[in-house]
Design a protein around this ligand. Structure first.
Ligand SMILES: Nc1ncnc2c1ncn2[C@@H]1O[C@H](COP(=O)(O)OP(=O)(O)OP(=O)(O)O)[C@@H](O)[C@H]1O
Ligand SMILES: [Mg+2]
Length: 483
């Protein structure tokens, strides 16, 4: 369970609020009902005592009269009531008999005298039996001047039983209800958050290479639908802006090519007529122009990779293509007395654009050659699994510092500017590799230990179920744009 998820937090808040409301409701109901039931009991007992006082004591005609009238009018034994009348001499004039249900014994209720009348108009007796007696006390002065104490009581156990039953319902029912409501709330939250989960899943797939992917819009008519629509409009605007930028950099590179070619031609034409000193100057100018022309070419390649949506693909034998390309670059290796070893699995077929994959191999081999020490070895391996194809190029060169590795695929990034400038690098080779591999739905990884060497691994998707003859690797050296 994700404790920080919106669904969990809202459900927890909801359950907490519900439990708190129930607690508040339960407590107020319990105490409200208790007050009401006691008030009702007290009122009825008070009415009885007032009635005894006004009807019987104002016209008092002896104990027999009192006993007869009370038994007839109030039937305390049948109604399980306690009635006692005491005169001003603290003489008990009447006390009711034990009730038929035997719940208390009236004679066990301690005597009340005028000097021991409680401050409140009632008291509770717990000693007269298993019933708790709630007894209302009414001191009364009759019309003839005599004073009496009238006590009328009844068991308050029924009130306790009712309150206990209510408490039981609350204690068992409310937590069960909170748990049930929480599960219900969690279900509702999950359903409500489903569009957000879908939006998140799709948003993960959106990238510059897949601008066509848009967020799913569930027609719920709520804020989430509005959000998804707004985000899709934003993605469209961003896509348009990126296309403008790509087109611009493609146009700039393209426009720069012709003047650079003219410049190079004119510098070369001037060379034979220049003095020896001037020839050095012109030669260095030519070098810079050629460097600039290479950068412009590479930028154009990148702009084309970025701009092209679906690239035309063939079935390519990755092993053959790698071997053929390495053979074409043999001269560069020989210049540094490098040895190439091959471990090439047969028929590793990938569905790819042959020219672009060749560019990947050229750029990686170019790096392996450029950054190797003289006399080193370059290991080239092509392998596959059920679904993936791998091209691995390992050298024993100077390696890349660990802090430079995360930025190595950035455009124009060079691990060591002085070193790379000496080798004529522009820092675009690996970014071209990455752009091509990603456009093919693959991935590229680099591992390096400074001073020990570098391994670059390109992963491509294996062409499934193809029996067609794979495209033969291009042999024209013109196809190679070395970095
Ligand atoms: N095999 C390698 N061994 C050591 N360093 C490497 C290797 N491959 C790449 N690098 C480092 O990564 C940097 C970027 O490589 P990248 O190929 O993008 O540019 P470059 O080789 O400098 O220029 P170019 O655009 O001509 O390829 C290089 O400057 C180099 O410092
Ligand atoms: Mg390079």
């Amino acid at each position: 369970m994700k404790f920080r998820s919106l669904g969990f937090r809202v459900t927890a808040w909801y359950a907490g609020m519900l439990a708190f409301s129930f607690l508040l409701f339960g407590t107020s109901t319990y105490f409200g009902l208790s007050t009401f039931l006691h008030w009702e009991l007290r009122s009825s007992l008070l009415a009885d005592s007032t009635s005894i006082a006004e009807k019987l004591l104002d016209h008092y005609r002896g104990q027999a009269f009192l006993s007869g009238e009370i038994s007839e009018g109030f039937a305390p034994e049948v109604n399980a009531k306690f009635i006692r009348v005491t005169d001003s001499n603290n003489q008990v004039l009447y006390v009711s008999k034990p009730p038929l249900n035997g719940s208390f014994n009236p004679n066990s209720v301690p005597r009340l005298t005028f000097s021991s009348i409680p401050a409140s108009d009632y008291y509770v007796d717990r000693n007269a039996g298993h019933a708790e007696l709630y007894i209302v006390v009414l001191p009364y002065s009759a019309q003839d001047g005599h004073k009496y104490i009238v006590e009328v009581g009844a068991a308050q156990n029924r009130i306790h039983e009712t309150l206990d039953a209510l408490l039981l319902i609350f204690v068992i029912g409310m937590p069960a209800f909170v748990v049930l409501a929480s599960f219900g709330g969690r279900y509702v939250m999950r359903a409500a958050l489903r569009p957000i989960r879908e939006i998140t899943g799709t948003a993960e797939q959106i990238s510059l290479s897949r601008p066509e992917v848009h967020l799913p819009v569930l027609q719920t008519g709520d804020e989430i639908e509005q959000l998804a629509r707004a985000l899709n409009r934003m993605l469209d605007r961003l896509d348009t802006a990126f296309q403008e930028i790509r087109r611009f950099s493609g146009d700039v590179s393209h426009e720069l090519r012709t003047p650079l070619t003219i410049l190079r031609g004119e510098l070369e034409a001037l060379l034979p007529y220049a003095s020896v000193n001037m020839q050095d100057e012109l030669g260095s100018c030519l070098e810079e122009v050629e460097r600039m022309a290479r950068i412009v070419d590479q930028l154009l390649v990148l702009a084309r990779i970025d701009a092209s949506g679906e690239i035309p693909r063939d079935i390519v034998d990755l092993g053959q293509l790698t071997k053929g390309t390495a053979d074409q670059m043999r001269l560069l290796m020989e210049e540094k007395a490098l040895t190439a070893t091959f471990d090439i699995a047969p028929s590793v077929l990938v569905e790819a654009n042959v020219w672009r994959i060749k560019q990947v191999i050229v750029n990686l081999l170019d790096n392996a050659i450029k950054y190797s020490r003289n006399g080193g070895t370059i290991c080239i391996k092509v392998s596959s699994s059920a679904q993936k194809a791998w091209l691995e190029i390992r050298d024993q060169g100077e390696g890349i510092p660990a802090e430079a590795l995360p930025r190595i695929f950035d455009r124009f990034y060079r691990a060591d500017n002085s070193r790379s400038r000496g080798t004529g690098g522009t820092g675009l080779g690996l970014s071209i590799v990455k752009a091509i591999v990603i456009a093919h739905g693959g991935a590229v990884r680099i591992e390096s230990i400074e001073g020990m060497g570098t391994t670059v691994c390109v992963e491509l998707v294996l062409a499934q179920g193809h029996t067609a003859e794979p495209t033969t690797p291009p042999v024209s050296p013109a196809a190679i744009v070395p970095s």
